[in-house]
Design a protein around this ligand. Structure first.
Ligand code: HEM
Length: 528
């Protein structure tokens, strides 16, 4: 049974939530001040603005001359490391506490599992996503689950847990993935594959194919809409283009020197902000169109349907519905394609792991490699499960994730965190810490996840690839099933070899790890 939630109750919740919040003396004084103080004249507003800029400058310490800040400011780290995340991993390994402070960014970064547990669980309320993050994605995601804190988040979390936990939604997701693999992914790769066992000259970008695949799958799952990005002629739908542009330009806001830069551009509707506004408008219009169409055609049922139809049974506000579903698109799209891309990169360098996955699947499914895998068979494949987790240990799709500290605090390792500081936990660096994973931490070794051949989960604060605690990823199980199904179907059917230098991947900046230049591969049909 669904609990009933009423949207018009939000203002009430919000008031209650504010009243209940444990306000300190300082907060009280501040609240009183802001209640009574309204800047009136232009000069007063300018003075107030300058005051804020000064506070921000003082907090960020742009003049800091410590080694880390200097290396960051001059980009001298890039002479030794391919990626910023590799340089951070090096610094975090060197730090006795597993924590560093990049003063010029006002950012404490940690790879210490005790700190991670403290931030994500013990003091969850003191480390929300915060306004700086929600401002970056706010225009695209609105009040969607991915972008809000407090009661608005709690409500969506509860509702989404009810829906995603149901057996019918899981089998609906599995059906979509299986049909997408059988009717599109395999025929597409076959069309690029060499069937004669000869070396082929034509390579294909596997990352691009996985992005198309995961966009089709997540749109069908969340919206009941098929953008058809993965059909043989590889068209790109208007929606996919607009969504791509909107998420890319939103992510670029995060790397601008100061939020003021993109805020001013947005205010005057200039350059990338103008393009972003147009892309978001297209995404919103399309989503609203789908919702309208469903309402008009009465496709609202709470069973065996896409997420949107399920949510429509509870929520009447169409803008809110739009925001919720777009959050799911953003959360479930690039993450899955990123995890599959790195998995195939690692498999291409580890023929032994490919052989062991094939042997396990032959034992469970028989040798006939064209048969689609069944859900129950997937659960029996412990080595595959281990390989997928091991791949995300070394290449987590979300390499780092930040929260903002509400009140002054001290982390378990003794690091002081001032109110307003950005605190980042770093799964990419954590996967490379000897003190967490042992001396062989840089090796791709699925066996570390097995005990007597059975897959064993590790402490989620040691492996926060899906985050952990109350805000752990809602699509975790679904994503792992999707990865295993895709990987298995391709491994059994094709030999896939990455073309190129054998160097580690270089990542493009963004919310999710994306390999710069894609992942070109040669594909060959297996003969046996
Ligand atoms: C390998 C694939 C995936 C990885 C590594 C991953 C990872 C994550 C991470 C790290 C977060 C926390 C982000 C933050 O709070 O800033 C998150 C949240 C979330 N994920 Fe995933 N995710 C994956 C796939 C999916 C899929 C397929 C879905 C959709 C069905 C999904 C839905 C969500 C949602 C809705 C949230 C927000 C949860 C909340 O704020 O309470 N994820 N995910």
């Amino acid at each position: 049974m669904h609990e009933s939630f009423k949207l018009h109750d939000y203002p009430e919740w919000y008031k209650k939530f504010k009243e209940q919040a444990k306000g300190t003396q300082r907060r009280h004084v501040q609240a009183k001040f802001w209640q009574n103080y309204h800047p009136k004249g232009r000069a007063e507003r300018i003075a107030l603005g300058l005051g804020w800029v000064l506070i921000i400058i003082l907090r960020l310490k742009p003049w800091c001359s410590c080694e880390i800040c200097q290396s960051f400011l001059t980009s001298s780290w890039s002479s030794e490391y391919n990626n910023l995340c590799d340089w951070y991993s090096h610094l975090l390994r060197k730090s006795p506490t597993g924590t560093i402070h990049v003063h010029v960014l006002g950012n404490v970064i940690t790879a210490n599992p005790e700190n991670v547990e403290y931030i994500l669980k013990t003091r969850f309320d003191n480390y929300p996503k915060g306004k700086p993050f929600s401002a970056i994605l706010g225009d695209l995601l609105g009040k969607g689950i991915f972008n809000v804190d407090g009661d608005l988040w709690k409500f969506q979390r509860k509702m989404s847990c009810l829906e995603l936990g149901s057996l019918s939604v899981r089998s609906y997701a599995f059906e979509i993935v299986t049909s997408e693999i059988q009717s599109r992914l395999i025929p597409l790769l076959s069309s690029f594959a060499d069937v004669n066992g000869n070396r082929v000259s034509q390579s294909v970008d596997l990352q691009d194919i996985f992005r198309r695949f995961s966009f089709d799958s997540i749109c069908r799952f969340s919206f009941g809409l098929d953008p058809g990005c993965l059909s043989l002629s590889l068209p790109v739908s208007e929606f996919a283009l607009a969504f791509d542009l909107a998420s890319k330009l939103s992510a670029e806001r995060a790397i601008s020197t100061s939020p003021l830069v993109w805020k001013i551009k947005r205010f005057f509707n200039l350059g990338s902000e103008k393009k972003l506004k147009e892309a978001i408008k297209s995404v919103h219009e399309l989503a609203e169109g789908v919702i309208r169409h469903k309402r008009e055609n009465g496709v609202v049922s709470s069973s065996h349907e896409d997420l949107l139809s399920r949510f429509m049974a509870t929520i009447n506000d169409d803008v809110f519905l739009r925001d919720i579903v777009i959050s799911f698109l953003l959360a479930g799209r690039d993450t899955v394609s990123s995890s599959l891309t790195s998995f195939f990169f690692l498999l291409s360098e580890n023929a032994r792991v490919v052989r062991l996955i094939r042997e396990e699947s032959d034992r469970v499914m028989g040798r006939e490699n064209e048969k689609p895998v069944e859900f129950s068979q997937l659960r029996e494949m412990h080595y595959l499960q281990a390989a997928v987790h091991e791949s995300m240990r070394l290449f987590p799709p979300v390499q780092f994730d930040s929260k903002f500290c509400e009140e002054d605090d001290v982390l378990p390792d003794g690091t002081f965190v001032a109110r307003g500081t950005r605190v980042t936990y770093h799964p990419y660096a954590m996967g490379r810490m000897e003190r967490i994973w042992g001396e062989d931490c840089l090796e791709f070794k699925p066996e570390r996840w097995l005990q007597n051949g059975v897959f064993k989960q590790v402490n989620p604060f040691k492996y926060p690839v899906f985050q952990a605690g109350p805000r752990v990823c809602l699509g975790k199980e679904m994503a792992v099933v999707e990865m295993k199904t895709v990987a298995l179907s391709l491994i059994r059917r094709f030999d896939i070899q990455v073309s190129g230098s054998g160097q580690g991947p270089k990542f493009a900046p963004g919310l999710t790890a994306t390999v710069r230049g894609g992942l070109p591969v040669f594909v060959r049909e297996r003969m046996e």
